[in-house]
Design a protein around this ligand. Structure first.
Ligand code: NAP
Length: 293
């Protein structure tokens, strides 16, 4: 069994990005600049945004944190997005989700310029992904693809089962694995809460990608011998064994599943760190105008 070490790979990628930023600086080019918007002060969102801003600093990007009160009017939030869209110094804009219930996530995502949508959530980027055109790809599935590439995992002709059909993880993941080329060319099954005989479907998977948010859902009896298992789930649960009183659990029962796998991601330290470097990579592309001239 080989552990897919997202922490190690992500720090290698960060070094590559930092080197690219140094070159840009030396040649007098534009330093990538990410703006991150947070609405309200939800604890988990604060942590995620802080990690993203810190990662920007580590690789030499400029970053701007835009804070909005939880009760901000939707129209004012949209106007702020317009302002950032028009600001030529800012290359990428992300709005941390979830948003307070009086604000439409759909309207907010639609309002971000698709040219600055480094989260890859805008319908233009999602649509382009579906028809194999260059686009900003959602960070988590893109990070998984990168992990598969770096470990040279074979995907062609494999049965890939994706558990979870969210717009930001499951659906784009399924599309990426079904695309022509590498990584891709897999035969993909996309499962959700209405899937019948999900255990049997999982047992047929050469590559099992789990993004449900259901702690330890996947057990050893659901996994084929030699399968590749990628666990996207992160749920914070109380623990009396850690100093903080909390621990993170994935969607896979790691201890019993790992011995059956050829490759498996740990939680934490697997998919999570890869998500942040994907966002950095998208921001670098945006600064270089690589996708949209
Ligand atoms: P989500 O929007 O809540 O979607 C969950 C999906 O799982 C839904 O499609 C749902 O089916 C399906 N599902 C739930 N219970 C099921 C069951 N018993 N059987 C079959 N399918 C079931 O989740 P998400 O945003 O994709 O996130 C999933 C997990 O990944 C969460 O733990 C989240 O924290 C984590 N995550 C991690 C990262 C990272 O960087 N590591 C990034 C994003 C998300 P229906 O559609 O039928 O309801």
């Amino acid at each position: 069994m080989i552990l897919l070490d997202g922490k190690k790979i992500s720090s290698e990628i960060k070094e590559e990005i930092a080197a690219a930023v140094s070159e840009i600086k030396q040649s007098g080019g534009k330093v990538p600049h990410l703006a991150a918007m947070i609405v309200g002060s939800d604890g988990a969102s604060e942590t995620y945004v802080a990690h993203k801003v810190k990662a920007c600093e580590q690789v030499g990007f400029k970053s701007t944190l835009v804070r909005m009160e939880a009760d901000i009017e939707e129209a004012l939030l949209l106007a702020k997005i317009d302002e950032i869209n028009e600001n030529d110094d800012i290359d990428g804009l992300i709005v941390q989700l979830p948003l307070p219930s009086h604000i439409s996530e759909e309207k907010v995502i639609d309002r971000i310029s698709y040219r600055k949508d480094v989260d890859g959530f805008h319908p233009v980027n999602v649509g382009r992904l579906f028809i194999d055109q260059p686009s900003y790809i959602s960070a988590t599935p893109n990070g998984i693809v990168e992990l598969i590439k770096r470990y040279k995992i074979e995907t062609s002709g494999k049965n890939c089962v994706v558990l979870g059909r969210s717009n930001i993880v499951g659906k784009p993941m399924a599309v990426l694995m079904a695309r022509k080329g590498y990584p891709g060319d897999a035969t993909v099954t996309l499962c959700h809460s209405r899937t019948m005989n999900i255990e049997a479907v999982c047992r047929n998977a050469d590559i099992l990608i789990v993004a449900m948010g259901k702690t330890e859902f996947v057990t050893a009896d659901m996994v084929k011998e030699g399968a590749v298992v990628i666990d996207v789930g992160i749920t914070r649960v109380k623990s009396d064994k850690t100093k903080s009183g909390w621990k993170l659990l994935g969607d896979v029962k790691f201890d019993e599943v790992a011995p059956k796998c050829s490759y498996i991601t740990p939680v934490p330290g697997g998919v999570g760190p890869m998500t942040i470097v994907s966002l950095l990579n998208n921001t670098l592309k945006a600064a270089k105008n690589e996708l949209y001239k």
